[in-house]
Design a protein around this ligand. Structure first.
Ligand code: RIB
Ligand code: CA
Length: 317
C-alpha cells in the first residue's frame, strides 16, 4: 500500500483522481493539498472537503495550498472546462467556515515527518504549492520518497498555449524549480494523458455499477467535461483523464507506461513560450543519470488504463 499526498487544483479530472485514490485498496491517501488552478483556492479546498465527506473519509487532512503563482500575477480560472464551482454542474453544499481562510501548511510537514521516506507526492495542479513546500522546508521535503507531476508536453502541442500545458503554463517558475530540483521525479505529460481517455460508454458502465454517493457524481461531472471537449476537439472519443493518469503512474501498474529519462527545464522568462517543457529527445540522445534526471512517461497502453480504471471505480469498496 502506498502512502500518497495528492496536490490538486480540484476541478473535474482532479476529482476523478481523488475518487480513484479513495477507492483503490493499494492507496493510503494520507493528505490532500488543494490550491488555485482550475478554480480559486477556496473552491478547490471546498471540493476536496465535499468529496471526502461523500466518501465518509473526513479523517483525511486537507491542507490549503497556494492562491496564486510565484510570479505574483492574478491566476486565470477555467469555468468553461470545470464549471464555475469546479465540479461541472455540482454546487457542493459545504459551509464556508469549513474552507475559507485556512492556513495549515505545517500539517503537510508533520505528515511527511511522521512517515519518513514513505510518502509519495502526486502533484496534479500548478506546481506552486509543491515549490513553496520545498522553499519552506527543504530538510523535511528530503524525506519524501518520490514525486509524480502531471504537467508539460514534450513531443505534443500544449493545451493552454500552442506549446505549453496548463499546469506548467499556470506557474512556469514553480514548474521549472520542481523539474530542476526535486529528486526521484516522474513527469506524466500531455503526451500520454491526452490518450488516457474515458469514453461515454465506459462512464455509463461505471455509472450503472455505482452504489455510493461518491460514485454517483462521476457521470454528471464527466458528462460536463465531455461537452467541453466535444466543442474544443470535435470527435474526440472521450475525456482525457490527465490527473488520474498521473496518480496511476505512482502505482506501478504493469505495462501502463513506457518512460525515458531526461533533464527537464521549463521556459519561464520568455514571451511566447512560457510554460513550455524542454528535454533533449534529438536523435542520438539517451537516458540520463544523476539527481537532476527526471523520468518522463512517453507512451501509454490505453487498454491497461481503461481496464484498471473500470476495475477500481466499479469495485464496491
Ligand atoms: O493540462 C491538464 C491539467 O490542467 C490537469 O491537471 C487539469 O486539472 C488542469 O489543472
Ligand atoms: Ca489538475
Amino acid at each position: 500500500m502506498k502512502k500518497i499526498i495528492l496536490f490538486a487544483d480540484t476541478g473535474i479530472d482532479d476529482s476523478i483522481a481523488l475518487t480513484y485514490a479513495l477507492k483503490n485498496p493499494e492507496v493510503d491517501l494520507i493528505g490532500v493539498v488543494s490550491g488555485y488552478g482550475n478554480i480559486d483556492r477556496e473552491k478547490a479546498y471546498r471540493n476536496v472537503e465535499y468529496l471526502l465527506e461523500l466518501a465518509g473519509r473526513t479523517d483525511i487532512p486537507v491542507i490549503a495550498g497556494a492562491t496564486r503563482p510565484l510570479s505574483g500575477e492574478e491566476p486565470a480560472f477555467f469555468p468553461e472546462i470545470h464549471g464555475i464551482e469546479g465540479l461541472g454542474p455540482i454546487n457542493p453544499p459545504i459551509p464556508e467556515e469549513r474552507y475559507a481562510n485556512r492556513t495549515n501548511f505545517s500539517k503537510l510537514f508533520n505528515l511527511i515527518k511522521n512517515n519518513r521516506n514513505e510518502v509519495t507526492i502526486v502533484n496534479v495542479g500548478r506546481c506552486t504549492s509543491l515549490a513553496i513546500a520545498h522553499y519552506l522546508s527543504p530538510e523535511v521535503m528530503e524525506d519524501v520518497k518520490e514525486t509524480y507531476v502531471m504537467g508539460g508536453a514534450f513531443m505534443e502541442p500544449g493545451n493552454a498555449t500552442e506549446v505549453a500545458e496548463a499546469n506548467f503554463y499556470g506557474d512556469p517558475i514553480a514548474a521549472n524549480f520542481v523539474c530542476q530540483n526535486v529528486i526521484n521525479l516522474t513527469i506524466i505529460p500531455l503526451d500520454v494523458t491526452r490518450d488516457a481517455l474515458l469514453t461515454p460508454g465506459v462512464v455509463n458502465l461505471i455509472d450503472t455499477r455505482s452504489d455510493s454517493s461518491l460514485e454517483e457524481i462521476i457521470k454528471p461531472i464527466l458528462d460536463f467535461y465531455y461537452e467541453y471537449y466535444q466543442q474544443e476537439e470535435p470527435g474526440i472519443p472521450g475525456t482525457p483523464q490527465h490527473d488520474l493518469a498521473a496518480l496511476m503512474a505512482a502505482l506501478d501498474i504493469d505495462g501502463l507506461y513506457e518512460y525515458k529519462k531526461r533533464e527537464v527545464k521549463v521556459e519561464y522568462q520568455g514571451k511566447i513560450a512560457d510554460g513550455k517543457s524542454i528535454a533533449d529527445f534529438r536523435p542520438g540522445s539517451s537516458n540520463c543519470f544523476g539527481p537532476n534526471c527526471t523520468r518522463i512517461a512517453l507512451k501509454i497502453n490505453q487498454d491497461v488504463f481503461v481496464s484498471n480504471v473500470l476495475e477500481i471505480l466499479t469495485n464496491h469498496r
